[in-house]
Design a protein around this ligand. Structure first.
Ligand code: PMP
Length: 451
C-alpha cells in the first residue's frame, strides 16, 4: 500500500490540480486520502480530517453511505451507462419524475447534463433558443448579479462576476449586464437586509428599462452567493425578482447548484420566495456527492416552444456523452430517498448548533460578521471590524486558518478571508463542536502577529 509521502510525490510528477498554484505544493503537498466515511476523510497513516465543506459542497449524507453504496452496487450489475439520445433507462425516468415532483411548482421538464457549469450552459442556450423559436432572436443577452458565480466553462464563466475567476479570461467571455446584488453585507447603518433587497430590485428595474428588449434571462444564485464569499440575502428578493422578470418579459434562471437539496433550510432555496424560476439548475448534492450529474428543470411552456415537426429545426441542440448516466441517476435516487422532512428538521437543529459553536467569536475585532442561511455558515474576517477594511490579500489570512485547522483535523478551505461551514447533514453535535472550536483556534493562531 502506498504511504502519504509516496503518493504525494507521484501526484506532483503527473497531476495539475484545480484552483491551485502548484508551487504551493512545494511547501504543502497534497493530502492523499485513502478512504472516507461519514464526515471523515482518512489518509494513509490514519490521520483524519473532518470534511466541513462537504468536498466542495457536493456531499449531503456523508462519505460511503451504506444506502447509496448499495444502490450503486446494484445498478453496476444492471446498467452502467447508455446514451440518452434515442434511448432511455429506468433511473433517468424515475429521477426526472421525482425531481419534477419536488421542485417549485410548474417545473415539469427535466434535461440532464453532467456537471454544474454544463447545466448553466444548457439554461443559457435554452433561454436564447426559446426566444428565437418564439420569433424574438434579438433577445441574446444576460443579466447577472455583482459577485455572482455560475461555473468555469466559458459560457458559465461569462455570466459570473467574481474577478478572481473571470479577469484572466475576459477576452473570451460573454458581456452580461451586471446589476447590483441584494447581498446584505452591503447594508449601511440602519438598513435591513430587506432594504438592500429593495434597492437591488430598483437597480434591476432600471437596468431592464434600458436593456429588457435584448435580454433573454436574468441568472441568480438564490439566497447565497457561494463562491463569491458566501454572501447572503433576503428571500423577499426572489419573489420581487420573479415579478420583475415577468413584467419585462425575461426569463429567470435559478442556479441552485450549490444551494439546492436542503442546504438553505428548505428543499430548494427558491421555495423561500416562494417563486418558480423558468429554469432551475441542479448538480452537486444531486447525487449525494458521489458522481457527476446535473439537471435543468423547466416549464412546460418552454418545452412546448421547441416541440415541432423535425423540418422546423426547433429542436434543442445540446449533448454531453455522459448525459443522464445511469449510475449517477441511481445515486441521485438513493440520495432523494434519504432527503426527507426529517432531514430538514434535523438540519435546523444542526444549524443552531453551528451558530452556537461560534458564540465567542461574535465580538472578535477581526470578525466583520458571522452570517448563516440554514446549513451554510460564514465568518467574514477583516482587518477592521468598524470600517470592514479587508486584510491585505498577500497575507493569505484565510489560507493560514486553513493550515491551522488541518493540523487540528478539520478541513476548512476558505474563500479568500471568508471561513465557512457547509458540512454533510450527518454531522453530529460533537463534530460540530470540534469544527467550531477548531475554527476559533485557527483564527486566533492565524491572527497572531498579523494585525
Ligand atoms: N453554479 C454554482 C452556484 C456553483 O457553486 C458551482 C460550483 N461551485 C457551479 C455553478 C459549477 O458547478 P461545477 O463545478 O460542477 O461545474
Amino acid at each position: 500500500m502506498p504511504n502519504n509521502q509516496d503518493l504525494a510525490q507521484r501526484d506532483l510528477k503527473v497531476l495539475w490540480h484545480p484552483c491551485t498554484q502548484m508551487k504551493d505544493h512545494e511547501q504543502w503537498p497534497p493530502i492523499p486520502i485513502r478512504r472516507a466515511f461519514g464526515v471523515w476523510l482518512e489518509d494513509f497513516e490514519g490521520t483524519r480530517y473532518l470534511d466541513a465543506i462537504s468536498s466542495w459542497w457536493v456531499n449531503l449524507f456523508g462519505h460511503a453511505h451504506p444506502a447509496i453504496n448499495a444502490a450503486l452496487k446494484d445498478q453496476l450489475d444492471t446498467l452502467e451507462h447508455v446514451l440518452l439520445a434515442g434511448f432511455t433507462h429506468e433511473p433517468a425516468v424515475s429521477l426526472a419524475e421525482r425531481l419534477t415532483q419536488i421542485a417549485p411548482k410548474g417545473l415539469s421538464r427535466c434535461f440532464y447534463a453532467d456537471n454544474g457549469s454544463s447545466a448553466v450552459e444548457v439554461a443559457l442556450k435554452m433561454s436564447v433558443h426559446y426566444w428565437r423559436n418564439q420569433g424574438q432572436p434579438e433577445k441574446t443577452r444576460f443579466m447577472t448579479l455583482q459577485n455572482s458565480y455560475h461555473g468555469e466553462t466559458l459560457g458559465a464563466l461569462g455570466v459570473g462576476d467574481v474577478g478572481l475567476y473571470r479577469e484572466t479570461y475576459d477576452a473570451l467571455l460573454l458581456t452580461p449586464i451586471r446589476v447590483m446584488s441584494p447581498d446584505a453585507y452591503q447594508r449601511s447603518e440602519g438598513e435591513t437586509a430587506k432594504d438592500v433587497a429593495l434597492r437591488a430590485i430598483a437597480a434591476m428595474k432600471q437596468a431592464l428599462d434600458t436593456h429588457g428588449h435584448e435580454v433573454a434571462a436574468v441568472i441568480i444564485e438564490p439566497l447565497v452567493q457561494c463562491a463569491g464569499g458566501m454572501r447572503m440575502y433576503d428571500p423577499s428578493y426572489l419573489t420581487l425578482l420573479r415579478e420583475t422578470c415577468d413584467h419585462y418579459g425575461v426569463h429567470l434562471i435559478a442556479d441552485e447548484i450549490a444551494v439546492g437539496f436542503g442546504r438553505t433550510g428548505t428543499l430548494f432555496a427558491s421555495h423561500q420566495g416562494p417563486m418558480t424560476p423558468d429554469f432551475l439548475c441542479l448538480s452537486k448534492g444531486l447525487t449525494g456527492g458521489y458522481l457527476p450529474l446535473s439537471a435543468v428543470l423547466t416549464l412546460e411552456s418552454i418545452y412546448d416552444a421547441f416541440y415541432a415537426e423535425h423540418a422546423a429545426g426547433k429542436a434543442f441542440l445540446h449533448s454531453h456523452s455522459y448525459t443522464g448516466n445511469a449510475l449517477a441517476c441511481r445515486a441521485a435516487l438513493a440520495t432523494l430517498d434519504l432527503l426527507t422532512e426529517t432531514t430538514l428538521i434535523r438540519n435546523h437543529t444542526l444549524a443552531q448548533a453551528m451558530k452556537a459553536s461560534l458564540e465567542t467569536l461574535q465580538d472578535h475585532p477581526n470578525v466583520a460578521e458571522i452570517r448563516q442561511t440554514g446549513m451554510i455558515l460564514a465568518i467574514e474576517l477583516v482587518k477592521d471590524k468598524k470600517t470592514r477594511e479587508p486584510f491585505d490579500k498577500a497575507e493569505r489570512l484565510g489560507h493560514r486558518v486553513y493550515r491551522h485547522s488541518l493540523s487540528a483535523g478539520v478541513l476548512l478551505r476558505p474563500l479568500g478571508d471568508v471561513m465557512y461551514f457547509m458540512p454533510p447533514y450527518v454531522i453530529s453535535h460533537d463534530e460540530i463542536e470540534l469544527m467550531g472550536k477548531t475554527a476559533i483556534e485557527g483564527i486566533h493562531q492565524a491572527l497572531k502577529g498579523h494585525r
